[in-house]
Ligand binder design. Structure first.
Ligand code: NFS
Ligand code: SF4
Length: 680
């Protein structure tokens, strides 16, 4: 018996020893509080597992090949390889370069597939709406539809008795929808949106033969080329990575953004709130988590339905809170101002509040452990998509269908309301919630910075040229349990602001910024250098512009293109004083995004780790060689201060090349200068 007791004691001690210190895991007080609650209640989260399960060293280096059953062939880089001749090869002779490039390419393929399949689902619903096969979705933003119709070569007018008349908007939508949907299966030619890029960029892609033919084709080709014994030239593999990634950035993701805007409205600045404090103890709390706004848009409607509110009241609830998580959150936030409960690493923690009556998920970034955590509380975990089920038997599946979307949404809301009385006593909702101003689509930036008269990017360019704004940074991407939650996001963004670099953001970085109070106009005075502060205060915008979800990184491509077109800052995206970063990335989608930015001419830094260290020649190609070919390049930096330093150094280099490095004195442009600029 005594021995048993000692064993038990040892077990407890062992458990205690491994306990994480929440304050070391996140900079977000709400997250820290919930981690304490998790510990007190004995709930294991990703934060715990990141402590106990170490990553595989060879996988980290990118040189583990399991493309065939003769492997896995593991080729770790040793000091000897670096000093002498590197003779490592796999069973078939594959070099570290081939292996790392193939692994990298498969990440690009998976990432492009995810965003693009999201886009496909949107295109299908769009077409159903255009054909009036569903009444739940409509054409909301006709102006945007007319604009994208041009890109798809769809006529917007029709000749009636020799007179040009506007075409029926739904007729246009059907044609746009058909052409858009056709982009996935197209076998030859070019994706329509390639021509949206600045002309020199388009010409360069053409010369390099990397303009995507069709989205699915380019992704399939990566899978083929990376099969055992096919493409064994890392440069040739990277070329296909560019093609597939461009198919994501300039087609799959960009069409997702555009068609969503047409159906649900193009975002314009709107107020919102963020962090777990948006949940309410006395109301039904529903969290929608995942990525596609098709479902969440309907749940927004269902949760505000008077009948549903009455039903909630009958169960003793004072109302219904609908909050988002991950990119779904960004989608309903930028269009409806719906609150956000948190970013990627907070998903388990939301359940741990004990206040979530239903967690509704669709696709992507949904941790399987949600099913385990949900069983410890009353929370109903509801899957809704044929592509994403959880095999635990601990979830409910309500199949969502665009033909009766609102009905499905009401069914889901009802499940949540019915579950409200099942709450257990141990509800703890952190008080933290921050206000923010979001919804800066490229159209909104155009309007806000240019004003109603001009509506252009010229004033932004002027401020970059005169040096008030030193440059533009895109800071995006995930959280990663291998690094302190939100920490690198915030250090990096604050460093950039201090140095007068304006920040465009999406995804989980946008949420990190929101929680830290960086998404309000008042942040300019506190965090920015004098130049950027002045611009933001004059225009009344936050210094960090929330542009939406991760598929909306396509908005950053368009904004960059608009800046090029506004003149005075070179002729291509690669000329701009700009840089991108995903400081806490974890998803394959991030790699696809990184690659399409690089192939569009942008310097891109990734944090945490990039699995290329085991293949120094391949790494050098990504980090240096590519720049001479596409004008953009990769980098990996762990320290957020160093990330900022390198991004700013790159911005300064570009300023110098443009001859505006000396222009940092505060000169106000006169009318003649403006006209000169506009004429460029
Ligand atoms: Ni982007 Fe959105 Fe977040 Fe990363 Fe996941 S939510 S699509 S992948 S984790 S930023
Ligand atoms: Fe090994 Fe070559 Fe098979 Fe990869 S493809 S697992 S390197 S034998």
């Amino acid at each position: 018996m005594a021995a048993e007791e000692t064993k038990e004691k040892l077990k407890v001690m062992e458990k205690e020893k491994k306990q994480i210190i929440p304050e070391e895991k996140s900079v977000d007080p709400a997250t820290i509080l919930m981690l304490h609650k998790a510990q007190a209640e004995g709930i294991e989260t990703i934060f715990d597992r990141a402590e106990t399960m170490k990553a595989c060293n060879i996988g980290l280096q990118g040189t583990c090949c399991k493309m065939c059953a003769q492997g896995p062939c593991r080729l770790p880089l040793t000091k000897k390889d670096l000093e002498g001749k590197d003779t490592r090869i796999g069973l078939c002779g594959a070099t570290p370069e081939t292996i790392a490039a193939r692994n990298f390419a498969r990440m690009v393929a998976a990432g492009s597939a995810s965003h693009s399949d999201h886009g496909r689902a949107v295109a299908e619903v769009f077409l159903a709406a255009a054909r009036k096969q569903t009444t739940d979705y409509k054409i909301k933003d006709e102006v945007k539809l007319l604009k994208i119709a041009e890109d798809f070569d769809v006529a917007t007018t029709v000749l009636v008795d020799g007179e040009e008349k506007p075409r029926d908007i739904y007729e246009i939508a059907v044609e746009v929808g058909e052409r858009a949907l056709g982009e996935w299966g197209k076998q030859e030619g070019e994706i329509y949106y390639a021509r949206r890029a600045p002309k020199p960029r388009y010409e360069l892609w053409k010369k390099l033969d990397i303009i995507p033919r069709g989205i699915d084709r380019e992704i399939v080709e990566i899978m083929h080329r990376t099969h055992m014994g096919v493409d064994q030239d890392y440069q040739n593999i990277v070329k296909q990575c560019s093609r597939a990634a461009l198919a994501d950035g300039w087609a799959g993701s960009m069409m997702a953004t555009d068609l969503q805007d047409v159906m649900f409205g193009t975002p314009y600045p709107i107020h919102g709130e963020i962090n777990l404090g948006v949940l309410k103890k006395d109301q039904v709390n529903i969290i929608v988590h995942g990525h596609e706004p098709l479902l969440s848009e309907m749940i927004v409607v269902a949760s505000q339905d008077p009948e549903m509110l009455k039903y909630a009241a009958s169960k003793g609830a004072k109302g219904i809170v609908l909050a988002g998580m991950c990119c779904t959150a960004n989608e309903i936030l930028v269009r409806h101002g719906m609150p956000i409960a948190g970013n990627y690493l907070q998903q388990e923690l939301a359940i741990i509040t004990g206040a979530v009556d239903a967690l509704v998920v669709d696709v992507q970034c949904i941790m399987e452990n949600l099913a385990n955590v949900a069983t410890c509380y009353h929370t109903k975990l509801i899957t809704t998509n044929t592509r994403c089920k959880i095999a635990s038997g601990k979830t409910e599946h309500v199949q969502f269908n665009e033909h009766h979307a609102l009905e499905d949404a009401k069914k889901i809301v009802k499940i949540a309301v019915d579950n409200f009385p099942n709450r257990r006593a141990d509800v703890l909702i952190p008080k933290e919630k921050e206000k923010m101003v979001v919804g800066f689509s490229s159209e909104a930036i155009n309007y806000h910075l240019g004003g109603t008269f001009r509506g252009s990017y010229v004033p932004l360019n002027e401020n970059i040229i005169n040096g008030r704004i030193r440059g533009i940074a895109g800071v995006v991407g995930c959280n990663n349990a291998r690094t302190m939650h939100d920490n690198s996001h915030l250090i990096l963004v604050k460093e950039l602001l201090k140095n007068d670099v304006i920040v465009l953001t999406t995804g989980c970085d946008a949420m990190a910024c929101g929680k830290a109070g960086l998404l309000v106009p008042e942040a300019a005075r506190i965090y920015c250098g004098p130049g950027l502060a002045e611009v933001c205060e004059t225009v009344g915008i936050p210094p960090v512009l929330h542009m939406g979800a991760c598929v909306d990184n396509s908005r950053i491509l368009i904004a960059a293109t608009e800046v090029v077109k506004a003149g005075g800052l070179g002729k291509d995206i690669s000329d701009l004083p700009a840089a991108g970063c995903a400081p806490e990335w974890m998803s394959e989608k991030a790699v696809a995004i990184g690659q399409y930015f690089v192939a569009s001419g942008v310097y891109v830094i990734f944090g945490v780790n990039l699995p290329v260290e085991g293949a120094p020649v391949f790494k050098d190609y990504l980090f240096n060689g590519l720049e001479k070919i596409v004008g953009g390049k990769w980098d990996m930096v762990e320290d957020p201060y160093e990330m900022a330093r390198k991004m700013i150094a790159h911005i300064d280099l570009k300023r110098k090349a443009l001859g505006i490095d000396k222009a940092r004195e505060r000169v106000l442009m006169d009318m003649a200068d403006r006209q000169k600029l506009a004429a460029v």
